[in-house]
Write a protein that binds this ligand. Structure first.
Ligand code: NAD
Length: 329
């Protein structure tokens, strides 16, 4: 474990990379050394806003950092990350890790050879509303996730499965402790030539079933997770930051954290439903992710979303996408 700050840089300072830069500039354990972007004017502008240095060559930035965030468009992740890992740097790669599984495997292998760490930016894992579930024992039997977004040009270079649904695939894989067994999926193109709406039904080895729906053709944003299990129902609004849990209990006194309880009659059992609204501790999820990355490089923490987890989410996403394309043709 180390206490000295980690010299870090940001590669790709567009829409999201500017926020990586801003956070590194103020994280206690990070020393922001500079940024690199193929658009030099953009690099100069973001560097000056954050009192850091713009680099015109990737290799020059890599000479002076220990770790980097890679926030380029997804199709460039593999080549940029490979260059960074080859140079022995720890990498935080924005989601999705890469555009193909072969690319993800190449990076994982390279990182293993070089002894560097890969972390992936599946930011929803740190959504405060999802974190509020932590004190409860979650053993889901059925999960429903819905993510709807109005159309924007951003992200349309990839199908909705890789742009939006992959967030929920990662959430799902973190909630269910069992391998994926079968996948059914359907989807269609509405506004672009790629898939804009997708629905997947995923069955896990332990019998848990999930239904995930993602769309970039919507009037309003929706991001909801519903978890059903024996004697418990949880509903999580990732957008509003609201988590509500309904639990069946034998005696209202046995659940002191419940906000209220109401009698629940079934088969003469005379039990109660306890309603919980656990505190959702607001925090900037991106900042928390990057802080976790830096502390993982220092050896103080472990990465919340590893390269392996990023690869697993991609594998499920690619399979869903493959089934949808097969279904369309
Ligand atoms: P963007 O197009 O706004 O920015 C990308 C930047 O990378 C641009 O400034 C571009 O000039 C630069 N660039 C392109 N190729 C480069 C290269 N080879 N080397 C260095 N710089 C290069 O894109 P964005 O919306 O910021 O998305 C970037 C990544 O972040 C994508 O992988 C995307 O999927 C991901 N993303 C994740 C989330 C999330 O919720 N975690 C949200 C948005 C975007």
């Amino acid at each position: 474990m180390r206490n000295e700050s980690i010299k870090v840089g940001v590669i790709g300072v567009g829409h999201l990379g500017q926020h990586h830069t801003k956070h590194y500039a103020s994280l206690q354990d990070a020393e922001l050394v500079g940024v690199f972007d193929t658009d030099t004017d953009r690099a100069i502008s973001i560097a000056s806003q954050n009192s850091t240095k713009p680099f015109t060559e990737l290799s020059s930035l890599l000479d002076v950092v220990e770790a980097v965030s890679i926030v380029t468009p997804t199709k460039f992740h593999v080549d940029v990350a490979a260059a960074c890992i080859q140079a022995g740097k720890h990498v935080f790669i924005e989601k999705p890790i890469t555009t193909t599984l072969e690319e993800a495997d190449r990076l994982l292998l390279l990182a293993k050879e070089k002894g560097t760490m890969i972390q992936v930016g599946h930011i929803e894992r740190l959504n405060p509303a999802l974190l509020a579930l932590r004190p409860f024992t979650i053993n889901p039997k059925f999960i429903e996730i819905q993510r709807l977004a109005p159309y924007t040009t951003r992200g349309t270079d990839v199908p909705v499965v890789l742009d939006l649904m992959i967030h929920d695939i990662d959430i799902l894989l973190s909630l269910v402790d069992s391998p994926v067994d079968t996948i059914r999926a359907t989807g269609l193109s509405i506004l672009t030539d790629s898939v804009d709406i997708a629905h997947a039904r995923i069955r896990f080895g332990n019998g848990t079933v999930a239904s995930i729906m993602s769309s970039r053709v919507a009037k309003d944003k929706v991001r909801k997770v519903k978890v059903f299990q024996r004697d418990l129902y949880a509903t999580i609004d990732l957008l509003l930051g609201l988590t509500e849990i309904y639990k069946v209990v034998g005696d209202p006194d046995e659940d002191s954290q419940a906000i209220m309880t109401a009698p629940f009659e079934y088969d003469g059992s005379g039990r109660f439903i306890a309603y919980h609204k656990p505190p959702v501790i607001s925090g900037d999820a991106l900042r928390m992710e990057l802080d976790n990355f830096i502390k993982s490089v220092q050896g103080k923490e472990t990465p919340i979303v590893t390269g392996k987890a990023g690869r697993e989410a991609l594998e499920v996403a690619m399979e869903i996408q493959r089934i949808i394309i097969q279904d369309i043709h």
